[in-house]
Design a protein around this ligand. Structure first.
Ligand SMILES: [Cu+2]
Length: 209
């Protein structure tokens, strides 16, 4: 009884240890026929994933096939089963951006697939400040070249006759001509050229890279 409990504890600990990492799972399946595939945990074929660590679970279903995953760029094998092996095998793999291939060694000319690993999208920072000033003579922005992303645009309009108008990819906002005061616009600026100024003269240019 004690031994059984101990064994169960060990098994649970082991299972807990493998799942605690909580890595996304890729599943490689080779055989029993002349087929090889790479899928996500739900069985959906994948040919592109974001870089990072993964658990690769390989179902090797035949003693005439094997499953090998390698990096094209690094020329190295990340995971491999023996041809004679039949069963499941788990690997922890670290995928960096680049092209990977998986194949069955004895039948690599017909049993293979590709996996493109792409860089993780860079997390977006907080909105960057941007200031527009409208005076009796002109409407100006405090920047001409910026990078795309969220911006907190403060418009300080001190003219009773001029407004501020910003127009470009995804944005078309203006203050009223009679408006005097300060407004804050939270805008997302995309790559491209924005025009701004006081209507109808939108002669200012903001270049977003
Ligand atoms: Cu094979």
């Amino acid at each position: 009884m004690r031994i059984t409990v101990l064994a169960a504890t060990l098994l649970l600990t082991f299972a807990g240890g493998t799942t605690a990492q909580n890595l996304p799972v890729l599943v490689g399946t080779v055989g029993p026929g002349f087929t090889i595939d790479l899928t996500d945990a739900n069985g959906k074929h994948v040919d592109e994933v974001v870089a990072g660590k993964y658990t690769l679970l390989v179902h090797d279903l035949a003693d005439i096939h094997n499953f090998v995953l390698g990096s094209k760029r690094m020329q190295e094998r990340l995971a491999s089963t023996d041809v004679a092996f039949v069963g499941d095998m788990t690997f922890t793999i670290d995928l960096v951006p680049g092209l990977y291939v998986y194949a069955c060694s004895p039948h690599f000319q017909t049993m293979f697939g590709q996996l493109q690993v792409v860089g993780a999208p860079t997390p977006e920072g907080p909105p960057q400040p941007l200031t527009a000033r409208v005076t009796a003579k002109t409407a100006k922005l405090n920047a001409a070249n910026i990078t795309s992303g969220p911006y907190k645009l403060t418009v300080m309009d001190s003219s009773r006759t001029r407004n501020f108008h910003l127009i470009g990819p995804g944005v078309n906002r203006r203050t009223g001509k009679a408006f005097v005061g300060r407004v804050i616009w939270n805008v997302r600026l995309e790559r491209g050229t924005y025009r701004y100024g006081n209507d109808p003269r939108l002669t200012g240019r903001l270049f977003v890279a």
